[in-house]
Design a protein around this ligand. Structure first.
Ligand SMILES: [Zn+2]
Length: 486
């Protein structure tokens, strides 16, 4: 269920009609503003075709309703490879399926009960809602029972190092929805997500029996939020995310006395599985050796359909190719549509691509992996001197209500992270993400969370950007290489 305010905002009828009006009234001034750079009438045709097409939404519906969850190594992930490759072939793209070995982690039983706390009525236990984190180890089949130590930061964990051995550590770090409501969802996620990724390994090093984190995200319907945790050489221990509500309950009870939890988690790490990236190409003309990537990821977490993470981003990339094919457009540079495998728990697809491809052939890379919210503009990892070369694109962005062009060096999607860190100019859509982390990685990441109109606008945004990059007469400078964080 979308928030009421968003529903109201997005239920305005007839955007395509409005766009036509805009095109007519603003056409000449747009043409003047962008003269001599990239053909404006083509960009307008791309925009108008995208705003009329539900191709991306149809592909998204297939991915979510026909296949559903697509965690690496699962049947769903392989079905997504087949489905997306078939769609690209139907659309006339040159398709290849480079092999990628992926981690194969499967969820098992996941239950927990508070079995001891101050003033507990005799015989009573309380259920705690949780879900295992990707990479979690298992408890014994019968579970484990241990006292819970609650900390609020890495520093507090280290200060209380002597208390950790044999205990269950709960990292009670809240996601800041206020930041998200004000356009900083990524920062809010990064802040609370850090402890999910690094906390359990640090608890393991101090001898903890298990680690719990408070779910990262704004969900307030007692939904647990999964995601990857990293071990970085530490011995894996059972690790799970409890709902924000259950983290708060445990904190209230712990303020009154010692608490104990009975925890059962039975996930398994199976041998690595064979999988694929999916690449569909539209060959370029006079600059065919230069590549523009437009991409999203095929895999998703296993709790839901992965509609916003990242069905929407992948479908938008497929929509870009469809618009070009529909209009019979032949770009100057080669446009490579990529569905990445294994973004969620290993980034093996992005890494394999980086290892197998020549960096210098990459003109630019786009990845959409921030949901299906309404587009507000673009984030661009380009050099300061190259920013002015996008001036001609800005009136077109404005014409779809997405005028922001924010330059953030080395920003961009995880799968293209190695390319971006090597200096390849990188782009991502800037979307309304106020509610993104309420659903992302939860059982509620389902198709109904994507408004078709927002997805049409995202395709329009990415298609205009892709065409602009594929056609621009000047070269873009690569940024100096930095270490890749992933
Ligand atoms: Zn994602």
């Amino acid at each position: 269920m979308m928030k009421m305010t968003k529903m109201n905002l997005h239920k305005t009828a007839g955007l395509a009609g409005l766009m036509t009006l805009l095109a007519i009234s603003a056409g000449s001034s747009l043409a003047e503003q962008t003269a001599g750079v990239v053909d404006v009438s083509t960009l307008m045709r791309i925009r108008d075709a995208a705003l009329k097409s539900d191709y991306a939404y149809e592909r998204l519906t297939e991915l979510t309703d026909q296949i559903g969850p697509r965690l690496s190594g699962s049947l769903g992930a392989e079905a997504a490879v087949t489905l997306v490759a078939e769609g690209m072939r139907r659309d006339g793209l040159q398709v290849s399926l480079p092999a990628v070995k992926v981690p194969h982690w499967v969820r098992g039983i996941e239950t927990a009960e508070l079995v001891e706390y101050a003033h507990r009525p005799a015989g009573l236990t309380q259920k705690v809602v949780l879900t295992a984190l990707g990479g979690s180890a298992a408890t014994a089949a019968a579970g484990l029972t241990a006292p819970v130590v609650i900390v609020h930061s890495e520093e507090e964990l280290q200060q209380r190092a002597a208390e950790i051995k044999g205990r269950i550590v709960l990292f009670d770090v809240a996601y800041d929805q206020h930041l998200a409501d004000n356009g900083h969802a990524g920062e809010a996620y990064g802040d609370a997500g850090w402890i999910r990724f690094y906390g359990p390994a640090r608890a393991s090093r101090l001898g903890a029996a298990a680690a719990l984190v408070r779910s990262v995200g704004g969900a307030d319907y007692r939904l647990p939020h999964t995601g990857m945790t990293g071990w970085d050489g530490a011995a894996p221990i059972p690790a799970a995310a409890v709902t924000a509500e259950d983290a708060m309950l445990m904190s209230r009870l712990a303020a009154k006395g010692a608490i104990q939890l009975h925890l059962t988690l039975t996930p398994q790490t199976l041998p690595d599985a064979d999988s694929h990236n999916v690449i569909g190409e539209i060959g370029g003309s006079d600059k065919a050796a230069e590549i523009v990537i437009v991409s999203g990821h095929l895999d998703s977490w296993d709790l839901a359909q992965g509609a916003i993470d990242d069905g929407a981003g992948l479908a938008a990339a497929l929509g870009v190719a469809d618009v070009f094919q529909q209009l019979g457009l032949k770009p100057r540079r080669t446009v490579r549509i990529i569905g990445w495998m294994n973004e969620e728990n290993g980034v093996r697809g992005g890494k394999a691509y980086f290892a197998a491809n020549q960096l210098q052939h990459h003109f630019a890379a786009i990845e959409s992996d921030i949901g299906g919210g309404r587009p507000l503009g673009l984030i661009a990892s380009v050099s300061r001197e190259n920013e002015s070369q996008f001036a001609a694109l800005k009136p077109l962005l404005r014409s779809i209500g997405a005028p922001l062009f924010e330059r953030h060096e080395y920003a961009g999607g995880t799968d293209i992270g190695a390319l971006t860190a090597s200096g390849v100019p990188a782009f991502e859509p800037l979307l309304d993400t106020r509610s993104y982390f309420s659903y992302h990685h939860t059982p509620a990441d389902t198709l109904d969370k994507v408004e078709p109109e927002n997805l049409r606008r995202q395709v329009a945004l990415l298609a205009m950007l892709t065409w602009y990059l594929a056609e621009m007469p000047s070269e873009l400078k690569h940024l100096p290489a930095v270490a890749d964080e992933e």
